[in-house]
Design a protein. Structure first.
Length: 261
């Protein structure tokens, strides 16, 4: 499907979604959010899609953040309405998809752009990337889950520093604090993101969702309740056809063929 501010292309079972507003360094506007939400939801129900890679057009920015003219139009009334619900919902939808998502952060990844990346299963970055939640420099705070997801990834100390100073961190620092898991030269970043997405997409779908949800639950509950939740998901996986296929394929020394059931 053709969208206004994103490009979606299939590449051997992967959906490559590119933010494309080059004149605005791929800043996220309302229409882009609508398009992205529609795109990933369509991908979730498409059996041809095994994984999704999100990246930015060009080599300067994944996304420079929210569209500044739109920011100036926001009021207390608008922030209690539907458009703000969309901003809150989008990273969560991406986070909870039944398909893996990899953010290939190619340059600046600020504000709303970082909040979308935080919803991805995995984040990797180019060595030229810069990441930030700079909203406080405009008298604001992150409004699409940034204050909540960032602290779960990097801890309270770094979340406090990034959110309350608004200063960016370089790619190597982002790697050190767990904000991204890998750093690569720009010319190999997308290829590595595709490789990761294909690896994730090759896993048993039920086990992927169960493992991801168990990890996410670990940030929301105490240890014993988390282990109990893990136990239930483990039992579901062990009762699945995919589990039997995985064990059979291992015994037969071949690649498993998973069906998501």
């Amino acid at each position: 499907m053709a969208y206004e501010n994103i490009i979606s292309e299939m590449d051997r079972g992967l959906l490559i979604v590119t933010f494309r507003r080059p004149e605005k360094m791929n800043a996220i506007n309302h229409q882009m959010r609508i398009d992205l939400l529609d795109c990933v939801r369509a991908a979730e129900s498409d059996d041809q899609v095994r994984g999704i890679v999100l990246t930015g057009d060009g080599d300067r920015a994944f996304s420079a953040g929210a569209d500044i003219p739109e920011l100036s139009e926001r009021t207390l009334a608008t922030e209690m309405g539907q458009s703000s619900n969309l901003r809150k919902e989008l990273p969560t939808v991406i986070e909870r998809l039944y398909k893996p998502t990899v953010a290939a952060i190619n340059g600046y990844c600020f504000g709303a752009g970082l909040e979308i990346a935080l919803g991805c299963t995995i984040r990797i970055a180019s060595d030229t990337a810069r990441l930030a939640q700079p909203e406080i420099t405009l008298g604001q705070i992150p409004g699409s889950g940034g204050t909540q997801r960032l602290s779960r990834l990097v801890g309270l100390g770094w979340a406090m520093q990034m959110i309350l100073t608004g200063e960016h961190v370089q790619a190597e620092t982002a790697l050190d604090i767990g904000l991204v898991t890998e750093v690569h030269p720009p010319d190999v970043l997308l290829a590595r993101a595709k490789e990761l997405a294909r690896t994730l997409g090759s896993r048993a779908p039920l086990a992927f969702v169960a493992g991801r949800d168990a990890v996410l639950r670990s940030t929301e509950t105490d240890l014993l309740n988390g282990i109990d939740y893990e136990k239930k998901l483990y039992a579901i996986c062990m009762a699945s056809e995919d589990s039997r296929e995985g064990l059979k394929a291992y015994a037969e020394e071949r690649k498993p063929v998973y069906k998501g059931r």
